[in-house]
Design a protein around this ligand. Structure first.
Ligand SMILES: Cc1cc2nc3c(=O)[nH]c(=O)nc-3n(C[C@H](O)[C@H](O)[C@H](O)COP(=O)(O)O)c2cc1C
Length: 302
């Protein structure tokens, strides 16, 4: 049987785990392809897939997220196992670690059979910020070869009879929902702008509008990102900001009296603040541990 073991590993530690898993499976007679996610064109020709990523601020590298999202339809038809590598202490050895929201959502979206977190590695002479700064206090190798091989052996035993897991379509991901939020935010802000433009000076209008814009998105963004399957923070921040920009340009060309307020600083400062607010909230929400009562399976704890 053909098994794909793939990973995203900015500093090589997770790649080492992937190779260990690959070796264990090979020793048990499987035909293994072990490769970084970027180099895998498709998982279609495999009977099972094992995919893992390093944790950085509780998130997987984009390389792995893209691989999984791009191939979600194929992965739903295969038995899939996922792993993360991160903790630079012995916490991974002391019981299952609850996956962060982003990873739990992907696990559920694919219908992966298991997700496990192994210890990580940070070399003392690692290059680049912030890894090098962190290495001053946290370097070390917490990958436990025995636990990794044991887990790989369990997976190897399961593969011949494994069925694809149960996946869930995530309403939080819908395109309509993605564009609804900025529409609501922009509508609220437009009403405020119309009121301000009618009763206040241009300076007061610009100042209050620039304060209100991030405040409105500060209320909307947590609600959007909390739903399982919500889109990634960066594309969301770009889309939402672009939508508000386009709608503001249209509004100022159609409604007399908005042109002055929605030009120069009045146009760009609120947009910048909406972008930053959405990005930061999205990032924070995606790194939080999955809520205990969420409707998602955390198979490794079952
Ligand atoms: C900037 C930075 C952020 C990190 N954030 C996390 C984290 O949120 N959770 C975690 O468990 N490990 C975290 N780690 C530890 C890494 O996940 C660990 O070093 C891992 O083994 C790196 O894998 P790689 O060598 O494949 O890149 C972080 C490390 C660095 C340098």
């Amino acid at each position: 049987m053909r098994v794909l073991v793939t990973w995203a590993s900015p500093h090589g530690g997770t790649a080492g785990i992937g190779r260990m898993i690959g070796e264990e499976l090979t020793s048990r007679g499987f035909d293994v392809v072990a490769s970084r996610a970027k180099d895998v064109s498709s998982p279609a020709d495999f009977d099972a897939v094992i995919a893992g990523g390093a944790l950085y601020a509780n998130r997987w590298p984009a390389e792995l997220r893209r691989f999984l999202s791009r191939n979600v339809d194929i992965l739903r038809t295969l038995p899939v196992w996922l792993f993360s590598s991160g903790p630079l202490d012995d916490s991974a050895e002391n019981g299952a670690i609850r996956p962060p929201a982003q990873i739990a959502a992907l696990t559920d979206r694919i219908g992966a059979l298991d997700h496990v977190t192994f210890g990580g590695r940070l070399e003392p002479d690692v290059k680049g910020f912030p890894a090098a700064a962190m290495a001053r206090t946290h370097s070390g190798d917490w990958r436990n070869g025995e636990s990794i091989r044991e887990w790989a052996a369990d997976v190897a035993a399961a593969i011949p009879t494994a069925e694809p897991g149960v996946w869930h379509e995530q309403p939080g991901r819908s395109f309509v929902r993605w564009v609804e939020y900025p529409m609501v935010g922009w509508s609220v802000l437009l009403l405020l702008l119309l009121a301000l433009a009618a009763f206040a000076s241009t300076t007061v209008t610009v100042v209050l509008y620039s304060l209100a814009a991030p405040a409105v998105f500060l209320m909307l963004a947590p609600h959007y990102f909390k739903a399982p399957g919500s889109r990634e923070p960066l594309p969301t921040a770009i889309l939402w900001t672009a939508m508000v920009l386009v709608l503001n340009v249209v509004a100022s060309s159609l409604i007399d009296g908005l042109t002055t307020a929605l030009s120069g600083v009045g146009l760009w400062l609120p947009l910048l603040l909406i972008f930053v607010t959405t990005l930061v909230i999205g990032f924070i929400e995606s790194t939080l541990p999955w809520p205990k009562d969420a409707d998602v399976r955390v198979v490794s704890e079952a």
